[in-house]
Design a protein around this ligand. Sequence first.
Ligand code: ATP
Ligand code: ZN
Ligand code: MG
Ligand code: MG
Length: 465
Amino acid sequence: MELDKMDENDWKYHGEGNKSLVVSHIQHSRVLRLLKYPSEDAENTHQTTEQAFQHILNIFEYSRNVMKPLLGEKYVHSGEVVKLPLDFVRQLSLKIQQERPELRCDKVMDTFSGCGLCLPNLTHLSPCHFGDRRPPLCVEIKPKCGFLPFSRHVTKDCKRKVCRFCMHQHFKLANGKWNRLSRYCPLDLFSGSKQRMYVAIMNLLEEPQNNLKIFKGGELIYSCKDDAKQQPDLDELVQHLWPYFHHGNGHQSSTTVLSEFIQLICSALLSTGDSNRSGEQRKVQLAESRVLCEASPLHRDLLRNGGPGLPKDCVLAKILQTQMMDNLDIEGLYPLYKRVEQYLEEFPKERNRLQMDGPYDAGFLEKVKTCPAEDDRSIEYAVGKVLQYRVAMTAKDCSIMITFAPCGEDEKLQPHLEIQPTKSRFASSVSILDLDPKPYESIPHQHKLDTKIVNYYLMSKHATQ
Ligand code: ATP
Ligand code: ZN
Ligand code: MG
Ligand code: MG
């Protein structure tokens, strides 16, 4: 990619979240990730180019130097920082505007700095058979927090019984963010139990909200509808999936197609890369009290024995372990945040030495890893816990991308075989994306939000009892 010869016609709209907008190259397997700003800020308070560059560099370094070592080298692709011609960025912004979903248009793409990230397009995976024309399938899951807080600082009993995601659903419904409750519960997905994971993914399919997207050949084919009142069409999804899951001459029912698809996703989420040693893998297992959410729609019997735990190096275990660096809960962390604030007020120059806002280098990771286990009243302890909390927040907000390339053409070469040896075969690749640093300044907001969500939940439960 030659940065001085960028042409907006080589790029198309790919997707966006709350903080960034992504365009993909029409030929090469690359995407550009550009930042967004609230539209009212765009003119008056836009950053200098230098500040914007530093911001992008921070995102890149945090992903490469902090999250990648914690989550595993093989899952994280940090890409590279690029400086794009302003003319290109402006043309691009105009070109893609009409394709953006309405609910995202409260923010505008940064067209001032020209800074962005160039990343591999994770919705692609080269086919493993040249004869196979079926494009790759890609499932993106934003799993959210997979455990119940175990901190002694937690004051409300319901936080030990109902997970944050399930409580937050009620709050979001009341605030009009969504029109229907999602039955997805992250604790089911992270349980390691095939049955519970199956139900979790089925619930994501039924109500994807912003937790599930499906791509085929790099194109989005399934996600929440822009018109939130409409439900996405599962039959349409089955039509897309059918060519990947039909075997021999037999016709599969929709249920079988969906069921095989879900099982494929489950095995990718549990895979550790070394397929032959699956029998004696070490497991990451949580105490039973931490893995059962009372709001999960699953039957009690299924939940009773917690779950088999997660294979040690699978993507879910890596994410869960990083999320669990938040071991004080926001209620235990907030007083430490205030200790840091007071200290910085007295010694403002210490902010740099303590790396409160970066640089996100090996020294930062060291501070995260070597924080004392017990509170020795030191500033180092308070800072260490704050940094750990921020790292955990990133892991609670990331997405998993699972890409499948079919390699089943062999079956067609053996039409005489009535019973196929394997039903469907795919090469798969698993990555983690959206690993931006969460700002230190957002901690008071997190504290307030936690109180609001819990109080709303308690109130609504009380009202219905
Ligand atoms: P959030 O609101 O979840 O924090 P965000 O604004 O930080 O999101 P991303 O999640 O990084 O933005 O990107 C938005 C979307 O773009 C993703 O949900 C994903 O569908 C797509 N995307 C991002 N990076 C890539 C990539 N490397 N390859 C393919 N698609 C990508
Ligand atoms: Zn739950
Ligand atoms: Mg995202
Ligand atoms: Mg993000």
